[in-house]
Design a protein around this ligand. Structure first.
Ligand code: SF4
Ligand code: SF4
Length: 193
């Protein structure tokens, strides 16, 4: 039977000083069996396998962890979480690494973080992503005037196939998820405190 993960206390001095401590707590009973790697549909594209990444977390190798793109490529499919024989919350742990990278604004992840934030901002405003607005927000966040040209051929192709349209954002979108996002931010703030 899978072990149940228990949230470690956040009151210890180490938990507040080391941002990886919470994630180490999540995966501390990893037995390095490699089931997570064998289950991950994105492992082929990762520079470190998920099993290797968890080993580095346990060994407190922060530099190596944050030179890897493995956690950025996690698409939160939950396969590894479902199959881990120790019942570890691996998808949540991957998300925790993404949060640290975003909070510390690490240059290696700048593109991914801006892309993700722009995507979520569009969802927050409309309850679904509006592709043209999402990409406009992303280009603005990246502050690189040449970036839109890189995406132009793909955008034209998608527009030609009717996959992407031009939407005019309305300020009072009835599908806005603003209240849900604000509540989530409030809860996250409580967790961190
Ligand atoms: S499946 Fe679970 S126990 Fe096995 S290597 Fe991955 S995290 Fe560790
Ligand atoms: S949740 Fe992430 S790490 Fe786990 S199997 Fe899916 S993509 Fe891979």
């Amino acid at each position: 039977m899978n072990e149940v993960y228990k949230q470690p206390t956040a009151n210890g001095p180490q938990a507040t000083a080391d941002p990886l401590a919470r994630i180490r707590g999540m995966i501390q009973s990893c037995i390095q069996c490699g089931t997570c790697t064998g289950s991950c549909p994105n492992a082929f594209a990762m520079d470190l396998t998920p099993r290797h990444l968890w080993r580095l977390v346990l060994m407190q190798q922060k530099d190596d962890i944050f030179q890897s793109r493995t956690f950025v490529l996690c698409s939160a499919c939950y396969y590894c979480t479902l199959r881990c024989p120790r019942g570890l919350p691996l998808t949540e742990a991957m998300g925790g690494l993404k949060q640290i990278a975003a909070k510390e604004d690490l240059p290696l992840y700048k593109h991914s973080i801006r892309f993700y934030k722009s995507f979520m901002e569009s969802i927050r405003r409309h309850g679904r992503v509006r592709e043209t607005e999402f990409m406009t927000l992303y280009f603005g966040a990246m502050k690189n005037p040449l970036l839109p040209f890189r995406f132009a051929p793909l955008g034209m192709k998608l527009m030609g196939k009717g996959k992407v349209g031009v939407q005019i954002p309305s300020k009072n979108d009835p599908n806005s998820l603003d209240a849900v996002f604000r509540k989530a931010e409030e809860l996250e703030g409580k967790d961190e405190g």
